[in-house]
Structures are given as C-alpha cells and as structure tokens.
Design a protein around this ligand. Sequence first.
Ligand code: FES
Length: 160
Amino acid sequence: MNIPQSNFKPLEPILTEYAKIPGSLITILQKAQEIYGYLPKDVIYHIAEKVGTTPAEVMGVATFYSQFRLAPIGKYLIMACQGTACHVNGSERVFAAVSEYLGIESGKTTADGLFTLENVACLGCCSLAPVIMINGEAFGNLTPEKAVSILKNLREKEEA
Ligand code: FES
C-alpha cells in the first residue's frame, strides 16, 4: 500500500522551539494544523517522537479539543455560527438547509472534496446574524434560501 508521507520540514522549526517545553503540545498541534490544514497521522507520530511521548497521548489531545481536525478539509471551509444572536435569528434553519443541500453534517466534508461544514460559536459579526463564514468571508442576514444559493454559485463556479 502506498501511504502518502507528509513533509515534516515546515514543522521542524516549531518542534525545535517548543518540543522540550512542558505543556506546549497544544501549541505544537495548533501550528501543525496551520501548516497541513489538519493533523495527518504521520505528523501525530512525528510530534510524539519529538516531544518524547506516545502517539496515543498526542491523539488523545487532538481528539479531545474540537479545534483539531483529523481529516483534510474541503476547498471551502464553511463555518456556520451557532452563537446566541445567530440562534435567535434562525441559524438552525440556515444550518439545516446548508447541511441538507451538501448532504453532510457538521465536521464532515463532501465526497467531491469541495465543502467542509463546521458548526462554530460566535464569529464576531453578530449584527449580521445569522452568519456563515466561507474561507474567512462573512455572509450575513441569511435565510436558508440565500445560504443555499451562495453554495450553488460556488459549486457552479467550480464546475465552470
Ligand atoms: S452569534 Fe453569530 S456572529 Fe455572533
């Protein structure tokens, strides 16, 4: 079996800086996720070796915190706000429509690798509630129809 091997080079300066500092595992994992977009298995093993712990322990931390992803994300990361302002303005219906259109739940990626959907807490733009953020761009005052039409446009753009 041909298992893809991650390139550890960009991770080395981070490991050099933090590996021997007690309690810095979360920082290392955050920075690794910034580099790879998620935490590949071989990266977890590599970090464990450098930090001097077991892969199971690193995996335990990675699975405990919801900020860490263990699978690659899609081209478009959709963060659907479930904060209070969005909630009272109908975020549940927006999320349900998006989830149904894409055919995935929160934390999952579409089979074509285009969209990853994530429920998140307040995105910091409550005056636009309900809000979703797609690759860092906020879309506000959404209705279920508006949200789906944004995704349809993105999909059409990709297919063109
Ligand atoms: S509650 Fe959704 S942006 Fe603040």
